[in-house]
Design a protein around this ligand. Structure first.
Ligand code: C5P
Length: 291
C-alpha cells in the first residue's frame, strides 16, 4: 500500500470561555473552534512495527520516543499492525494552536485510514484520554466545544482569512490556567446565533472573549505586543489569542489583505513566527502521498 499523508491543521479558538472547574482540576470550557489551512503533515506507511521520525522546520527538540503524543495515539490503534510515521512539524510547539493534539489526531486518522476505517465513538474516547484538545482535532471541522473539550457540536462558519503570529515563547498551559482569576465566567449564548455570514460572525466574536488572554498576558507580556501589532495591521477586523497562547490571530476581509499584512508583520518582527492562512473546515485530511 502506498504511503498516505495526513494533514494536521492548526486549531484556532475563535473564542474560549472558561465556565467552571471539575473536581479533578480540569476546566470547563465553551469555545468556538475552527481549523487552519496550515499545519503539520504526517506520512504513514504500513510496517510491522510502529516507528516515528520527526522532521520539518519546527521539529528540532521534539522527542520522537514513546512519550511523543503522535506515537502514543498510533499505539492506541496499532493492534497487530504497525506503521512507519514521518512527522513534518510546521507549527511551533506549546503555542496554543494544538500542534501536539493535531499530530495525535492525525496519527489516529492515519492508522484508521490504513485499515479502511474512519474515527467513531471509541476513537473519540481514546482521543480524550490523550488530551482534552485531541477529540476536536480528530473532528477538525468548525465546532463548539464544551465540557473539557469532549462535548462537540458542528457549527456552520464562513471561511475566514487570518494572520497567525507567535513571539516564539513557549507557554505551559497549566501555568496559564493556574493564573486565571475567575473560573466561573459566562458561557456563550445557547443556542448560538446564525454565524454563517462573515459580518454576523465578526460582530458576534467582538462580543465574546478568550478568558485565558489576561492570565497569559500577565505571564508573558510579549503577548500584549503581539495583539497590538496584529490590531494595527491594515484591514485587521479582530485580534485575539488562541488557546492558552502565545499564538494570536488577526482576522482580515480577504486573502490578499491577510498575505500583505503577514509580510508587513514579518518585516517588523523577523524573530516572530508569522503565517497567513484560511480558517474553516479541514476534515478532508487523509490523502495518498503525492509522488
Ligand atoms: O489535556 P491536556 O493534557 O492537553 O491538558 C494540559 C493541561 O491543561 C492539564 O493538565 C490542565 O492543567 C490544563 N487543562 C485544563 N482544562 C482543560 C484543558 C486543559 O485545566 N479543559
Amino acid at each position: 500500500m502506498a504511503p498516505i499523508e495526513v494533514f494536521a491543521p492548526a486549531k484556532i479558538n475563535l473564542t474560549l470561555h472558561v465556565t467552571g472547574r471539575r473536581a479533578d482540576g480540569y476546566h470547563l470550557l465553551d469555545s468556538l473552534v475552527c481549523f487552519a489551512s496550515i499545519g503539520d503533515r504526517l506520512v504513514l506507511s504500513a510496517a510491522d512495527a510502529l516507528s516515528l521520525e520527526v522532521t520539518g522546520p519546527e521539529g528540532a527538540g521534539l522527542p520522537a520516543g514513546p512519550d511523543n503524543l503522535a506515537l502514543r495515539a498510533a499505539a492506541c490503534l496499532a493492534g497487530e499492525a504497525g506503521a512507519a510515521m514521518v512527522l513534518e512539524k510546521a507549527l511551533p510547539m506549546a503555542s496554543g494552536i494544538g500542534g501536539g493534539s493535531a499530530d495525535a489526531a492525525a496519527a489516529m486518522r492515519g492508522m484508521l485510514h490504513l485499515r479502511g476505517r474512519v474515527p467513531g465513538d471509541a476513537e473519540a474516547e481514546a482521543a480524550l484520554r490523550l488530551g482534552a484538545d485531541v477529540p476536536m482535532c480528530l473532528a477538525c471541522h468548525p465546532l463548539r466545544a464544551r465540557g473539557i473539550g469532549e462535548r462537540l457540536e458542528p457549527v456552520t462558519l464562513p471561511q475566514l482569512h487570518a494572520v497567525l503570529a507567535n513571539p516564539r515563547c513557549p507557554v505551559a498551559t497549566p501555568d496559564i490556567f493556574r493564573t486565571l482569576e475567575r473560573r466561573d465566567n459566562p458561557p456563550m449564548p445557547d443556542p448560538l446565533p446564525d454565524l454563517s455570514a462573515p459580518e454576523a460572525l465578526l460582530s458576534f466574536l467582538a462580543e465574546m472573549r478568550n478568558d485565558l488572554e489576561a492570565p497569559a498576558r500577565a505571564v508573558e507580556p510579549v503577548i500584549t505586543e503581539v495583539l497590538s501589532a496584529l490590531s494595527a495591521l491594515p484591514g485587521c477586523a479582530l485580534a485575539r489569542m488562541s488557546g492558552s497562547g502565545a499564538t494570536c490571530f488577526g482576522l482580515f476581509p480577504g486573502q490578499g489583505g491577510a498575505a500583505s499584512a503577514a509580510s508587513e508583520l514579518r518585516r517588523a518582527h523577523p524573530d516572530w513566527w508569522v503565517a497567513d492562512c484560511v480558517l474553516g473546515d479541514a476534515s478532508d485530511v487523509a490523502r495518498p502521498r503525492a509522488q
